[in-house]
Design a protein around this ligand. Sequence first.
Ligand SMILES: Cc1ncc(COP(=O)(O)O)c(C=O)c1O
Length: 355
Amino acid sequence: MTRVPLRRALADLPPYVPGARAGGGAMAYKLSSNENPYPPLPSVMAAIADGAVDVNRYPDMYATELTEAIARHLDVPVESVVTGGGSVALLGHVLAAVCEAGDEVVLPWRSFEAYPIYVTLAGAVGVPVPVGTDGRLDLVAMAAAVTPRTRVMLVCTPNNPTGPAVRADELAALLDAVPKDVLVLLDEAYVEFVRDPEAADGLAVFAEHPNVVLLRTFSKAYGLAGLRVGYAVARPRLAAAIRAASTPFGVSHIGQLAALASLAAQQEMRTRVDAIVAERARMLTGLRAQGWHVPDSQANFVWLALGEHAKSFADRSARAGVLVRPFAGDGVRISVGETEATDLLLEVTAEVVRR
Ligand SMILES: Cc1ncc(COP(=O)(O)O)c(C=O)c1O
């Protein structure tokens, strides 16, 4: 039978595995997708409701008001901001904008599971550099992995799923070592949760280095994961290229309105993020008191390097009513959510260490 041939690259594409969802009517805390446990703020709900009447029209393709508000919020030129359908879409647009077939993209591993997928889809070749046993990116090894074919380096900070943030001094050394024509993408999806005083300041680094591009999102701290709004910050020439490679009308009208309302609610957002950061500290302290080795986390999740026990731990935890995200053979990532969920989780982890 003659069939439509598929791209060879697809055969090797690792699947993106979404976090488990509660099913079958059983009550479960969903700590499997790094989501924000809080419902939308009333002001954001109102913006979403207001936007409903206009959904027969296409959205503003350039998300003009939102782009201007983000630029004001970050104090960067408006030409430097590109919005998109979640920061994961922007990752694809950045790679599409700069990678030719066969170009190399240096990336940490284990890290965000979309990286190898998008690198492959861009026709590029991923060069994974192992993350240390402390969950930290090895920026020295990443710099050493650069070759004349390297076009992009992905730096995930804080790193999903292990947790630590890249330090300012190590990032400065990396940027000194990497050629100026390599685009260094700082993926700061969790930046609002960072409390490490030594962590790199992405915006300051962006101001100094024309080859640095930032990726940020409204999905995590702002709690808009279901609406898919993210943005890139890049020098105007790179920003224009990312825009050119973007999906037209990539951010929905309701997404634009909700993100604008969220930006206007800074104080409420910070209060919620502070509560998640406090809950993260409670989770880390509780786990360490039970004897677990847990890497530092500057994000809204923690990492247990359970190796071959990852899947069985996730199953056990699900039976106890807490859904976590296993990475088979490697570890489990546990998002920080409700206090009751932390309590339940700590009961499961206590049983596992006692066995
Ligand atoms: C490191 C990192 N970058 C980007 C994203 C994508 O987020 P979104 O597309 O919702 O903005 C995620 C989501 O899990 C992530 O962990």
